[in-house]
Design a protein around this ligand. Structure first.
Ligand SMILES: [Zn+2]
Length: 488
C-alpha cells in the first residue's frame, strides 16, 4: 500500500485522486468519523471522488475515529454500565467503553457492521478506531487490561461481526499514544492487523536517531517507538501491518490549528524511515495529509512534497540480504533504495560484528577497511560507471571507471555518505541529487544500472566479498556488467 489519509474537507476541495495518481499513490483513506464520511460519500463531491478513484485505479478505504458513534453517548442515560469507569470509580460517557459490558460490545460490533456495509473499502481493510488518545475503563474487570488489550477485546468482537457480511474483512488494531505498548493478555483474532501510528516522535530526523525526542513535550524518543513496533510485531504479522505516518501531515505540523503552516518536508527522513520499516518486514505505508485543502494550496501551491513522497514509495526497493557466491557465506546485510525527482537514496544496514576501519590519511585507505560498495553505471555494459566504497567511519573512496578496471581515482564526486556504527555492524546512508546524476551522464528518471556489494576486511589482509547479484566470475570481481541489476 502506498497511501494517503485525508479528511472529507480536503477530498471535497482538491482533486486528490488526480494528484495521487500522478504521484504513484495507490490508496486513499478517508477520515474522520463514520457519519461524516458516510455523508460525504453520498454527496455529489463524494460520488465524483469515488468515480475518479475508479478511473485512476486508486483503492478507497476509510480510517475512522469511531467509538463515539459505535457506542452513542446518549445510551449513558439508559445503561451507564456500558461506559467506562474513571479512576475515581464513577461511570462516565466521556470516552471509550467498558469492555466488560456484553451489551456494550454487542452494540459496538453491530454499529461497526452497519458502517462497514455503508462504507465498504476496496481492499477489505476496515478501520474503526477507539478514542485512541483518551483514557479507557478502570472498572475492576477492565483495570486488569492495558489500553491496547481493551482495544483488542473490542476489535476482535467487531471483526467477528463484520466478517459475517464480508468474510475477507480485516480490521486495524491502532498502536498509537497510550495504545502503543503491545497487548499481552489478549490475542488478536486472525484478520486483525497492526496499524502503527508513531504520533510521538521527531520528524526532523529519521527513526534511526533513536535518542531524538518528540518535540511536543512528550518524553518519548524515536527509539521508544521502535521498541513498541518490535513488541507489536511479536503479536501481529508484519506483512499485513500498515504504517500510518505523518511525514506529509500539514495538520500535525500546524498543531491541529488553522491556518495551516507550510509542511516541513524532509525527504531524507522519509527515505530513511522507509528503509527502517522495510527492515521490519512492513510493506504497507500511508501518511496523513490533513489540512491540505483549497486554502492550503492557495497559500502554498507546491505539490512537490506529495509527489516526492509518492515517487519514493513507488520506487522503493528493499533487499534483505547479500550473497557470497564464492564461499556460500550468509550475509544479513540489508540494502534499500528509492528515488524521486530530487534524488536517488541508498541505505546499507551492514551486519558485521568485527569492524575493521583503517584510520590513515586519504581515501585509498578505504581499500583496507570494511565497506559498503555501490556502482552506478551509465549503461548496461559499464562503458562508464562510478564507484562509491564507503567505510563505517564515513570515509568514501569514489572513482570514475570504465570496463575493464580503468579506474580514475582522481575524480571526486563531492558525495558525502553518513555512516553510523551500530552494536551489530554499521549503517551507511547516501543520497545522490538528480543534478549530480545528470552531470555524471546518468538520467535520474531513466533505467538505472546498479551494483550493490560489501567488503568485509578481516584485518589480516583477507577480504570477504558479498554482492546482491552473482557476477559468475571464478574469483570475486564486481567490475563486470553481470554484477549489475537493472532498475526501471
Ligand atoms: Zn470496565
Amino acid at each position: 500500500m502506498r497511501g494517503l489519509v485525508l479528511s472529507t474537507k480536503e477530498l471535497a476541495e482538491v482533486d486528490w485522486p488526480e494528484l495521487a495518481a500522478k504521484s504513484g499513490i495507490n490508496t486513499i483513506g478517508t477520515h474522520i468519523t463514520p457519519s461524516e464520511v458516510a455523508a460525504f460519500m453520498a454527496s455529489p463531491e463524494g460520488k465524483a471522488f469515488r468515480r475518479k478513484c475508479r478511473k485512476y485505479g486508486i483503492t478507497v478505504e476509510h480510517q475512522l475515529h469511531a467509538m463515539g458513534e459505535l457506542l452513542p453517548r446518549e445510551l449513558f442515560a439508559e445503561d451507564s454500565t456500558m461506559f467506562r469507569m474513571d479512576s475515581c470509580g464513577r461511570r462516565t460517557a466521556d470516552f471509550n467503553c467498558c469492555v466488560h459490558s456484553e451489551k456494550a460490545l454487542e452494540i459496538i460490533a453491530s454499529n461497526a457492521a452497519k458502517f462497514a456495509k455503508l462504507l465498504r473499502p476496496g481492499n477489505h481493510r476496515y478501520y474503526f478506531w477507539l478514542d485512541d488518545n483518551a483514557p479507557v475503563c478502570c472498572c475492576p474487570f477492565c483495570a486488569e487490561f492495558s489500553p491496547s488489550e481493551q482495544a483488542l477485546i473490542v476489535e476482535n468482537r467487531m471483526l467477528r461481526k463484520i466478517r459475517k457480511q464480508d468474510p475477507e474483512a480485516k480490521l486495524a488494531h491502532l498502536a498509537y499514544s497510550f495504545f502503543m505498548p503491545a497487548p499481552r493478555k489478549v490475542a488478536p483474532d486472525e484478520g486483525i492487523f497492526l496499524e502503527f501510528a508513531p504520533i510521538y516522535r521527531s520528524w526532523d530526523v529519521p527513526l534511526t536517531q533513536e535518542d531524538a525526542l518528540c518535540p511536543r513535550g512528550y518524553p518519548v524518543s524515536n527509539g521508544d517507538n521502535l521498541r513498541w513496533l518490535e513488541e507489536n510485531l511479536k503479536v501481529f504479522p508484519a506483512d499485513d501491518a500498515v504504517v500510518l505516518e505523518y511525514w506529509v501531515d500539514a495538520s500535525l505540523f500546524s498543531r491541529w490549528k488553522r491556518p495551516a503552516v507550510e509542511l516541513p518536508w524532509h525527504p531524507d527522513v522519509c527515505a530513511s524511515d522507509l528503509a527502517t520499516y522495510a527492515g521490519y518486514g512492513l510493506r504497507n505505508v500511508t501518511s496523513f495529509a490533513v489540512y491540505m485543502d483549497a486554502e492550503y494550496f492557495g497559500r502554498f501551491p507546491s505539490t512537490a512534497p506529495i509527489e516526492e513522497y509518492g515517487q519514493m514509495l513507488e520506487s522503493f526497493r528493499h533487499f534483505p540480504h547479500l550473497n557470497d557466491p564464492w564461499y556460500g557465506w550468509e550475509d544479513a546485510t540489508k540494502v534499500s533504495f528509492c528515488r524521486s525527482a530530487e534524488a536517488l537514496n541508498f541505505r546499507f544496514d551492514v551486519n558485521d560484528s568485527t569492524l575493521t576501519v583503517c584510520r590513515g590519511e586519504g581515501e585509498r585507505t578505504v581499500d583496507d577497511s570494511d565497506r559498503a560498495e555501490l556502482f552506478i553505471s551509465c549503461d548496461p555494459e559499464m562503458k562508464r560507471y562510478y564507484g562509491f566504497e564507503m567505510d563505517p567511519a564515513g570515509k568514501v573512496m569514489d572513482y570514475r571507471n570504465s570496463f575493464y578496471r580503468q579506474f580514475d581515482y582522481g575524480w571526486d564526486s563531492g558525495i558525502r555518505p553518513v555512516s553510523t556504527i551500530l552494536p551489530d555492524g554499521y549503517r551507511v546512508e547516501v543520497s545522490f541529487p538528480s543534478g549530480f546524476l545528470r552531470s555524471a551522464g546518468i538520467e535520474p528518471d531513466g533505467p538505472l544500472h546498479i551494483g550493490l556489494y560489501r567488503a568485509d576486511a578481516t584485518g589480516s589482509g583477507d577480504i570477504h566479498w558479498f554482492t546482491l547479484v552473482d557476477p559468475h566470475t571464478p574469483e570475486p570481481d564486481f567490475h563486470v556488467p553481470a554484477s549489475l541489476f537493472d532498475y526501471f
